[in-house]
Design a protein around this ligand. Structure first.
Ligand code: DX5
Ligand code: ZN
Length: 220
């Protein structure tokens, strides 16, 4: 099995110390930093916008994986690029013009990702595969950290892995929501190669140990 990349979500970090919390997971072996942007409209919660992303930029050189749970999307791409996003992910459910959104993101020379909610079938993104760098499969309904993993998404992860591989392009398959050391082996087996994790990293004392437990590299 492949060792997945770990992208800790700062949503579960100490919000008063986001900078230090970003630096801490960087120093302890994180691969990407996952930033959950929520607008209180597309999802029933509000987090932060480009101002915070920009403020965090000096704390890590790792890939800033910016997960937009907002609607509309296009208006906010440039502000997040300017804030320092390395990859912008948006939801296929957030509007009818995902192709245009991907073009806009790519026009800034950064990476683009598309996200599917649990209710959305894999086929919904079949016409976009030539433009995406990452496909993110939500394994909870977006909006909150600390929810229970929805295991019905496992066949979809497998299906998307096959769709991604069939393109011959290097596409990352990421999962987000309820990833723990118990569910990680299931999603890795299904084909995920990036694990987003909030609670199971920031809810632990030892971040390095927590990330290695998700990778499965903690066992001798
Ligand atoms: C949920 C967010 C996730 C969330 C994951 O809407 O997109 O990134 O922070 O949190 P855990 O890992 O606690 O389920
Ligand atoms: Zn997320």
């Amino acid at each position: 099995l492949t060792v997945p990349l770990i992208a800790p979500s700062i949503l579960s970090a100490d919000a008063a110390r986001f900078g230090e919390e970003t630096k801490a997971v960087d120093e302890q072996g994180a691969d990407w930093i996952h930033l959950d942007v929520m607008d209180g409209h597309f999802v029933p919660n509000i987090t932060f916008g480009p101002v915070i992303v920009k403020a965090l930029r000096p704390y890590s050189k790792l890939c800033f994986d910016v997960h937009l749970m907002i609607e509309p999307v296009d208006l906010f791409i440039e502000p997040f690029v300017k804030a320092g996003a390395d990859q912008i992910l948006f939801h296929i459910e957030a509007g009818p013009h995902a192709h245009r959104t991907l073009q806009t993101i790519k026009s800034f020379g950064i990476k683009a990702g598309i996200v599917l909610c649990p209710a959305t079938p894999a086929q919904a993104i079949s016409e976009l595969l030539d433009m995406v760098d990452t496909i993110l499969i939500m394994t909870v309904n977006p909006g909150f950290g600390g929810q229970k993993f929805i295991s019905s998404q496992l066949p979809k992860i497998k299906q998307i892995r096959q769709m991604a591989d069939a393109t011959g392009r290097d596409i990352r398959v990421s999962v987000d929501g309820g990833i723990t050391k118990e569910t990680a082996p299931l999603v890795i087996k299904a084909g995920a190669d990036v694990l987003v994790a909030g609670t199971s990293v920031y809810g632990q004392q030892d971040y390095r140990q927590a990330m290695n437990a998700l990778r499965g590299t903690d066992k001798k």
